[in-house]
Design a protein around this ligand. Structure first.
Ligand SMILES: [Zn+2]
Length: 289
């Protein structure tokens, strides 16, 4: 049976599980009161959420119907602005985030101020895994790289579902494995691969998650993520622009030839894409990226 929950608020989920009209109505009510809730809690967000009407977070869409329905009343759409800090440097973050169109990065910051990205997370993943698996404080900053929407859930609600030992637990443990693979691969990449190759890999990973070929990014921002000087990013971007792979103007990079970008990327892109495609293999055998 096709499962498609259509509500007045425009929230939909399509897979082969049973529908639950009551749960969709509960979320619809949540959508209507989100503005009030956000103001009362003082949660820092950008404008009102431009929700795209279709659930696209791959962890949530992979949940069997009954597991998803138990989380459904707790899901709250939010909009996150570029550069926004998400406070994961806390022993007990209040919310777990499931990105939809937003792209978020874990960034390591050293005492001398230099930075390097440890992970990039979009609709294939979640923010707050460490809070679910343990209570230890994380050592990295979590910041929005590409503005967009996400669904947030109170950490305690996810912990309760995780403790039941069902599909959510299996899914999040699988995601934890893929996340560790990303940490390990990016550590190697940061040390051994050239800036131009790394820039290609990074732009491809961002585009996979942002699902837009036009990325609002400055060279300064990219340099902070790659842990290199801005001049190095500009040199690499010039080579890619001259080859016709990208174009850029102030604070905006457009991917013109994705195939060329893939052939210019380091091996890390394919390795990481395969890792998350294995986790999220769809019913017709295709991956998510
Ligand atoms: Zn690499």
């Amino acid at each position: 049976m096709t499962y498609g929950v259509e509500t007045k608020g425009g929230f939909a989920r399509s897979d082969t599980r049973e529908s639950n009209r009551g749960a969709s109505i509960a979320l619809n009510a949540s959508l209507m009161k989100q503005e009030t809730i956000r103001d009362r809690r003082g949660y820092k967000t950008g404008a009102a959420i431009p929700f795209n009407g279709l659930l696209t977070n791959n962890l949530l869409t992979a949940l069997p119907g009954e597991d998803f329905i138990s989380l459904l009343p707790h899901l709250e759409p939010i909009f996150l602005a570029c550069g926004e800090d998400i406070n994961e440097l806390s022993d007990s973050p209040r919310f777990v985030l499931f990105p939809e169109t937003v792209v978020i990065s874990h960034i390591n910051v050293l005492e001398n101020g230099s930075t390097s990205e440890a992970a990039v997370i979009g609709r294939e993943g979640m923010i707050g895994l460490s809070a679910i698996l343990s209570s230890h404080q994380t050592s990295y900053w979590t910041q929005v790289t590409i503005a967009g929407s996400a669904l947030r859930v109170r950490t305690e609600a996810v912990k309760r579902e995780f403790a039941r030992g069902g599909a959510l637990q299996r899914l999040l443990l699988g995601y934890a494995g893929a996340s560790m693979a990303q940490l390990s691969q990016k550590a190697v990449c940061n040390n051994y691969h050239a800036v131009k190759e790394r820039l290609c890999t990074w732009l491809l990973m961002i585009q996979d998650r942002a699902t837009d070929g036009h990325l609002l990014l400055t060279h300064e921002q990219i340099a902070r993520h790659l842990g290199v000087r801005r001049a190095g990013v500009t040199r690499a971007a010039n080579v890619l622009r001259d080859a016709g792979a990208i174009s850029y103007s102030r604070a905006r990079i457009s991917i013109l030839d994705r195939q060329l970008l893939e052939s210019s990327a380091c091996e890390c892109y394919q390795i990481l894409r395969d890792e998350f495609n294995r986790l999220h293999r769809t019913r017709n055998g295709c991956g998510v990226f």
